[in-house]
Unconditional design. Structure first.
Lengths: 261, 179
């Protein structure tokens, strides 16, 4: 499954002259490195938790935007009870998300939130733009769980994007992987694509409120989080991220959530 | 998954086998049916023994069961469910569901029909949709006790739905078994 690039209200606000921007971006073949950070909140064995993860892309060529990220594959530790959580009690349709943003989908479809920082090519370097990120459960699928990421940025590039992820099986020592295709985000027609340099997100109940009907009234509640195993592996709970870039390179990074003391 | 087929080597005339099955049925617990009866060509000849094992014909059963279960304890990566099943046998049932990955569960079960018990294990695909989780796969009988000491069966279908909020579970089991 590939990402659907949906810039429904795309409105590109240029701050610098286009020719200068194009010249600085032509022919770039940057090399990148990646660093992953992960955590549980709370970090307690046998408890219900929220997964916090984030990755940062470091370009090895200074003053030059890294190659755009095209795919993020996050491998999850064995034993996490994602299926026994009550995250994603409703489904979100991509079209509703595109048309109405996060409020176009049920609140009970949200499973996390975060932010994304992108590098917009500019004269002499790049400009960073931070946008919000919301993770929601996508349409029902008989094969796997679909996760939709909704990203919204305002300036200098105003865009709303929906890109799909899939929770797939994985090999030991991982229990599953969240495979997400990141769409290319053009700055302007014919211009270079922005590059994701940093992305953080949660998967879990922290900061989420769901709603249910009880005797005719709408009652808010916190969804049940992801079960942390009662036993911690010797080296902690291992995550790994594999990131693919538009220049064809691929970088990986591992991170462990330490065993709670 | 260990395949544990138990075969009874019964060599009785068809009519006799049918009569034995009708007479014994669940009352087979009365007989020490654990010792398999070997074929006439291989069994030792003991014409004067009064304690010969009772011949017991393997019976094929078309199993159709529906179980309604609820969770016991605090579900984590394993969900322990208990309840009752109805269908071919009306009995109590216990299921241990272990979430081994994002899309796969291992199911171990024990059913206790009258006269004995049957245990089995299998794996199933698991997909969550909204407030429910759906699973489907196959199981195999791994053992039995009492009347079902020689129960066997593989590729038995299992499917069901579990509420992700309450962990109320409905499970369907169907397939051919030998008892």
């Amino acid at each position: 499954m590939r990402a659907r690039v949906s810039i429904s209200k795309a409105h590109v606000a240029l701050l610098l002259a286009a020719p200068a921007l194009c010249m600085s971006a032509v022919g770039a073949q940057a090399a990148q490195t990646v660093r992953l950070q992960t955590g549980f909140n709370p970090n307690r064995l046998g408890a219900r938790t929220t997964i916090e993860f984030g990755f940062q892309v470091y370009d090895t060529v200074s003053q030059q935007a890294p190659s755009p990220v095209t795919n993020v594959d996050l491998h999850l530790p064995a034993g996490l009870g994602l299926a026994t959580s009550t995250l994603g009690l409703a489904n979100c349709e991509p079209l509703a998300l595109i048309a109405g943003g996060v409020s176009g989908c049920p609140a009970n479809a949200r499973i996390g939130f975060g932010s994304a920082v992108v590098a917009v090519p500019a004269e002499g370097g790049s400009i960073e733009e931070e946008g919000s990120l919301t993770a929601l459960v996508g349409p029902p699928n008989r094969e796997h769980l679909e996760v939709l990421f909704y990203a919204e940025g305002r300036a200098p590039v105003s865009a709303q994007l929906v890109f799909p992820g899939r929770v797939l099986d994985d090999h030991a020592p991982f229990s599953g992987r969240l495979d997400t295709a990141i769409p290319l985000i053009p700055t302007w027609p014919g211009g270079p694509d922005v590059a994701v340099t940093r992305m953080t997100s949660t998967i879990g109940p922290r900061g989420l409120t769901y709603y249910r009907h009880v005797h005719g009234a709408i009652v808010p509640f916190r969804p049940r989080g992801i079960a942390v195993p009662k036993r911690c592996p010797r080296r902690g709970f291992q995550f790994r991220v594999d990131i693919t870039f538009m220049d064809g390179t691929r970088q990986s990074s591992t991170s462990s959530v330490p065993c709670p003391r | 998954m260990r395949r544990h087929l138990r075969k009874l080597s019964i060599y009785l005339p068809p009519a006799a086998a049918a009569i034995v099955a009708l007479i014994l049925g669940s009352a087979a617990t009365q007989a020490p049916a654990r010792t398999p009866v070997r074929s006439p060509s291989t069994a030792p000849m003991h014409p004067n023994r009064s304690s010969d094992p009772v011949a017991r014909a393997a019976r094929e059963v078309n199993l159709q069961e529906t179980g309604h279960l609820h969770a016991v304890g605090e579900p984590g990566t394993m969900i322990i469910e208990r309840g009752t099943a109805a269908g071919t046998y009306n009995c109590s049932i216990a299921v241990h569901l272990t979430i081994v990955s994002a899309n796969k569960v291992i199911a171990a079960f024990t059913v206790r029909p009258r006269g004995g018990s049957v245990t089995g294990k299998g794996s199933a695909r698991f997909v969550q949709q909204g407030a429910n989780g759906y699973f489907g796969g196959t199981i195999a009988i791994t053992g039995g006790a009492g009347s079902f000491a020689h129960a066997s069966g593989t590729s038995i279908g299992i499917s069901g739905v579990i509420s992700r909020e309450t962990f109320v579970l409905t499970v369907h089991v169907h397939g051919k078994i030998h008892v």
